[in-house]
Ligand binder design. Structure first.
Ligand SMILES: [Mn+2]
Length: 345
């Protein structure tokens, strides 16, 4: 089989690039801007939503018509991508990603450049472009790998790029946090703008590290985490801890991890009861023991909620009005799962 390749800019034509809002998505979009130049237009989906609703489709339609729709660093459902494609009248779809996709079959006409072995979309894209890795290539890696960066096989190559830039790894991590601050505080225009800021400034990382608007947004994101941790309602059932708060920020997994890691053997269930646009968020994580949360994810999925997660953590977006009912059932499930474990020991 011939390996799929990234089509040339003149094959892609006018291209609408839908990209993820995190540091990797932003860095990848900036690399794509170099490649496509004036042929590229960018769109960031509503922050925190891993699908495109009719309102998003309208926003996309307002951007005009395009030859190609590209989805970068985001495993959007096929239906959402089809919705966006028809909204802009595109005849070509290209996916550039490293996320595991659900079992959905992709239409055969799409160009799928998905490689789940890649540490980031930015690293993947750098290779697809046959380019020398630059700051953006490794910024996505640092953002996506987080604290596991230093033990990942790609780390020596990251260090090589850092050396050529005269930059320390801590500075790279700090820059990824600064870019992420835009989405954490819910500043969608800031995410969009960050693509262009990176394109202008990637050769001068120090000026980026001091960019006032990013520094301030980062400070406010951190302050909101502290506020939520301090003010949240916490119910302790022993092995299960329930945490509830309200915040418009995307911080539920950060808060959940904080509570999980402060105890030995625990499952935490966290509810952000009023997140935004009539939606709430629920997050669960186990720490210090092996309890498979997949049934919890299935419970949410069967109700039609948007669900992401792994064995040890699950995130759910659901209508605000249904949140408490779901949380009650989830707590019941978690507590009985624990009881069964105790009896089995
Ligand atoms: Mn990524």
């Amino acid at each position: 089989m011939r390996e799929a390749r990234l089509p040339e800019p003149d094959e892609l034509g006018d291209t609408l690039v839908l990209h993820h809002w995190d540091a990797d998505g932003v860095a990848s979009a900036s690399l794509m801007l170099d490649y496509l130049g004036d042929y590229a237009e960018f769109y960031v989906p509503p922050l925190g939503f891993y699908w495109l609703d009719s309102q998003a489709a309208n926003e996309i339609r307002d951007l005009g018509t395009f030859d190609t729709l590209m989805v970068l660093d985001m495993a959007l459902p096929v239906e959402s991508i089809e919705r966006a494609t028809s909204a802009v009248g595109a005849s070509r779809v290209v996916l550039v990603d490293h996320h595991v996709r659900s079992r959905e079959r992709l239409p055969a006409s799409w160009t799928s450049l998905v490689d789940v072995r890649q540490p980031s979309a930015s690293w993947h894209l750098t290779q697809l472009l046959g380019a020398q890795p630059d700051l953006r290539s490794i910024l996505g890696v640092a953002g996506d790998l987080g604290p596991t960066l230093r033990s990942h096989p790609v780390y020596p190559e990251v260090l090589g790029v850092l050396e050529s830039l005269g930059m320390a790894v801590e500075e790279l991590e700090r820059l990824a946090e600064l870019v992420d601050a835009n989405y954490r505080v819910g500043h969608r225009e800031g995410v969009r703008d960050a693509v262009f800021v990176l394109s202008r400034g990637y050769k001068a990382p120090w000026s980026l590290l001091e960019l006032k608007k990013w520094v301030l947004r980062h400070r406010s994101a951190e302050a909101e985490v502290e506020r939520v941790v301090r003010e949240a309602n916490v119910e302790d059932f022993g092995s299960v801890v329930y945490v509830e708060f309200e915040s418009p920020h995307l911080l539920i997994s950060t808060v959940g991890r904080r509570f999980a890691w402060s105890r030995d053997r625990v499952a935490v269930l966290v509810l952000n009861s009023r997140w935004r646009k009539g939606y709430a968020q629920v997050y669960s994580r186990v720490h210090g023991l092996d309890l498979d949360l997949t049934p919890l994810a299935e419970m949410a999925r069967s109700r039609g909620y948007n669900v992401g997660g792994k064995r040890e953590s699950v995130g759910v977006i659901l209508p605000e009005l249904e949140a408490r009912g779901f949380v009650r059932r989830a707590l019941d499930w978690l507590r009985s799962a624990f009881r069964e474990r105790k009896e089995g020991e």
